[in-house]
Design a protein around this ligand. Structure first.
Ligand code: M6R
Length: 363
């Protein structure tokens, strides 16, 4: 049931404050400002993490790489499942494999799970469908509790996956002694603000719709981000191409001058995801390179970022200021809405885009 919404996708986008609140409440003790321990995983004995997934689930894992490395000082290899399964890489017995899948049936992700298991690794699966094959074959199953996701383009499953991964990274940091109780409390309190911040992000919808009207006229679009905003740029580009069929690429902002800058002209919109964090200045200098070549910029940032950016000819979406750790969950929303409204203007079949299946059970 779509309720008052025109498509399942936009309904699911709007469900995110509630869904993520529920998921965080399941994995974090908000009263004690602590992460709940993850049953059956002793992070103090793990020396390396391999995160494997496809598509949007892979981008959730990519964000988590930054969290695990920073919060738990745990090295993370992040892989696309179709590559992981055939690469025959050596895996440490003291390593943990995390596979992420909304459906729990993705063929390549399942094959990766079986490969890692064969190498003697323990497997934690982050899934939405609890009765799925991946859930069954994993040693530890961590449900994302997003409820059924109908839109082929994944939205609420993505942010719910991020919520689980963030909570697990905090629990890992505590188990490994890389964060103290005060730092843990600060992180948990930051994440507990996410549902409220997501509500604020949803209020940008009218402004995003106006931007989408123009975006629907372009052939190509570039997304840039740095740090955890880099996987959000990748996710933004994936969303746009999936449902609007506009060619979009996500790039690490620092890679711009290593090639993609050649594409910039007055026709090329560039979506820059840049909260005012410790890499903001670097991203802005990349944005200036775009502006100097006449590129059209859509900047997604906060008040401080928009003041510090000081570039004309920028369309700016302003989110509330928030701790750096939580930005991926909140910045996902404008990026999803931009893709959604662009697709609506294009008149595509948003919930059932051409050539795509909700669950990819063949490789
Ligand atoms: O069910 P899974 O999470 O394993 O699916 C992985 C991808 O197929 C999926 O995320 C796909 O990229 C979506 N269409 C993204 O919107």
């Amino acid at each position: 049931d779509k309720g008052n919404h025109r498509h399942f996708m936009v309904k699911e986008i709007h469900e995110q404050p509630e869904v993520v609140g529920r998921t965080l409440g399941h994995y974090l003790d908000l009263v004690a400002s602590a992460a709940k321990a993850v049953d059956d995983i002793d992070f103090s004995r793990i020396d390396r993490l391999s995160i494997t997934a496809c598509g949007t689930a892979y981008y959730a894992g990519f964000v988590a790489k930054y969290w695990f490395e920073r919060i738990a000082r745990l090295p993370v290899d992040i892989d696309i499942a179709s590559e992981f399964r055939y690469r025959e890489q050596p895996l440490s017995k003291d390593g943990l494999s995390i596979v992420i899948s909304q459906s729990g049936e993705t063929a390549d992700t399942l094959a990766s799970l079986r490969y890692a298991k064969g190498q003697g690794q323990r497997i934690a699966a982050i899934v939405n469908v609890r009765e799925s094959t991946i859930a069954r074959e994993a040693d530890v199953m961590l449900p994302i509790l997003a409820g059924p996701e109908i839109g082929v383009a994944s939205t609420k499953a993505f942010t719910a996956q991020l919520a689980v991964l963030a909570a697990v990274a905090i629990a890992a940091g505590r188990a490994r002694g890389t964060i103290d109780a005060a730092e843990e409390a600060l992180l948990v309190r930051s994440f507990s603000e996410v549902p409220r911040l997501m509500h604020e992000a949803l209020r940008l919808e009218g402004q995003i719709e106006a931007l989408a009207r123009d975006l629907a006229k372009v052939k190509h679009c570039l997304y840039l981000g740095r740090g955890t905003s880099y996987p959000i740029a990748l996710e933004g580009a994936l969303k746009l191409k999936e449902i609007s069929y506009i060619h979009a690429e996500g790039y690490a902002a620092g890679e711009l001058k290593h090639g993609p800058i050649a594409l910039i002209d007055e026709e090329m919109p560039v979506v820059v995801i840049a909260p005012y964090d410790r890499v903001f200045e670097k991203t802005v200098s990349n944005m200036q390179e775009v502006a100097a070549r006449g590129g059209r910029i859509i900047l997604i940032t906060d008040r401080k970022g928009s003041e510090a950016a000081a570039i004309d000819a920028v369309e700016t979406l302003i989110l509330p200021e928030m701790p750096a750790a939580v930005t991926p969950l909140v910045y996902a929303i404008p990026v999803q809405l931009l893709a959604y409204h662009t697709a609506v203007f294009m008149g595509t079949d948003v919930d059932q885009p051409r050539n795509l299946a909700k669950s990819v059970t063949v490789e």
